[in-house]
Design a binder for this molecule. Structure first.
Ligand SMILES: O=P(O)(O)OC[C@H]1O[C@H](OP(=O)(O)OP(=O)(O)O)[C@H](O)[C@@H]1O
Ligand code: HPA
Ligand SMILES: [Mg+2]
Length: 183
């Protein structure tokens, strides 16, 4: 039998349809809140790419996009707490309305570092948006302006989120079978 990615998924936590509806709502809210302005969306590579692509198309005001890559997880399932910049922005931040886009806030360490870093570049405003929020695992307090879904403490994959670089292309959020990462 050919091994399917679905065989590694314990269950679907958030379906494709639920994602679609919630992202449409988030896009409407952001469009209202920033009416008359332009946004520079900063996606945090690599997990945020799929969410950001859909969210940007749900927003009907002008949006520029840029990306930052930081790394804290490596191939494991919990944060090392060490954040490194692997790729910096191409655009300048000063005087712009910045919306940082994440796939998930877990310990909060990545976002906490990023917001401090971007704040020091003097944006006109700075807000953040995440598809998923896992508050049970928080190590540092971070303010979330737009949250898609609050989820329980399971390691999730799909819709941008990976385990060891796999499963990002699943079209839903799923809970991985522990056997996949417990040897
Ligand atoms: O709140 P935290 O505990 O910091 O965790 C959240 C961060 O960790 C994941 O990225 P990862 O480092 O796995 O890189 P990836 O996006 O390339 O998967 C995720 O995409 C967030 O950026
Ligand atoms: O639950 C998760 N899944 C994938 N990547 C992650 N990075 C932080 N939390 C998670
Ligand atoms: Mg990851």
């Amino acid at each position: 039998m050919i091994h399917s990615m679905m065989d590694d998924v314990e269950r679907v936590l958030i379906s494709t349809e639920e994602l679609k509806q919630r992202i449409a709502d988030m896009g409407r809210q952001i469009s209202q809140d920033y009416a008359g302005k332009e946004i520079l969306m900063i996606g945090v590579l690599r997990g945020a790419v799929i969410f950001m692509a859909d969210l940007a198309r749900a927003i009907d005001i002008p949006v520029a996009i840029d990306f930052m890559a930081v790394s804290s997880y490596g191939a494991g399932t919990s944060s090392s707490g060490v954040v490194r910049i692997l790729k910096d922005l191409d655009e300048t931040v000063e005087g712009k309305h910045i919306l940082v886009v994440e796939d998930i806030i877990d310990s909060g360490l990545t976002l906490n570092y990023l917001l401090d870093n971007i704040k020091s570049r003097k944006p006109a405003s700075l807000r953040m948006c995440t598809l998923l929020n896992k508050p049970e695992r928080r190590k540092v307090n971070v303010h979330i302006d737009y949250n898609g879904f609050t989820i329980p403490d399971h390691f999730v994959v799909g819709y941008g989120l990976d385990y060891a670089e796999k499963y990002r292309n699943l079209p839903f959020i799923g809970i991985l079978k522990p056997a996949v990462y417990e040897p």
